[in-house]
Design a protein around this ligand. Structure first.
Ligand SMILES: [Cu+2]
Length: 185
């Protein structure tokens, strides 16, 4: 069994409304599938949280440090974090596809929703490509989404995500902001 200990992505506490997300995940590989169970606390309540397995197969990956904050806003958004934790390999959706493509990776209607206390529980057995199964202990789990202005929704007050260009549609920064990261091992 593999585990990941999820810790807050470094941030300036004044820039992220005091986000402090922690959690743990277990991954059990069986018959070419992975049974993922994950619990996280401290998330923005009543909102879906995109969760992915990230990492570059041919490189060493790590969770980002605050040095990754290229634009100096005190937050590490998904594109800024990519050099450290690598591209999206697998999307931990609750139903349907689990690929790293944006059609799955940003499908907020298919990600688990945190309860009113900000706790999220996830369990799903997913088929993932064997190259990722064989490299899981080089990869990371990243949990996204922070309601920075506390209005109960992901909106554009905190800005537009740098993913909007690659996605081809405006994505609120709040919806994709990485809030917790943990290496799988
Ligand atoms: Cu991600």
């Amino acid at each position: 069994m593999l585990r990941a200990d999820l810790q807050p992505v470094p941030h300036d506490p004044t820039a992220d409304a005091g986000s402090n997300v922690t959690g743990r995940a277990k991954l059990v590989i069986k018959d070419g599938q992975v049974r993922v169970s994950l619990k996280a606390n401290g998330l923005s309540p009543d909102l879906p949280h995109a969760m992915h397995i990230h990492g570059e197969l041919q490189a060493r990956n790590e969770c980002p440090s605050l040095a990754a904050d290229d634009n100096g806003d005190g937050l590490i958004d998904t594109l800024e974090g990519l050099p450290a934790y690598g591209p999206i390999d697998v999307s931990l959706t609750t139903s349907g596809g689990t690929s790293g493509e944006f059609s799955d990776a940003l499908a907020l209607d298919r990600f688990p929703v945190a309860d009113k206390n900000g706790t999220l529980r996830y369990k799903r057995t997913i088929a993932i490509p064997s190259e990722f199964i064989n490299a899981l202990d080089d990869l990371h789990i990243v949990v996204h989404g922070a309601d920075l202005n506390g209005n109960g929704a992901y909106d554009f007050e905190a800005g537009t995500s740098s993913l909007s260009g690659p996605v081809g549609a405006p994505v609120p920064l709040e919806a994709e902001l990485p809030v917790a990261c943990g290496t799988i091992g």
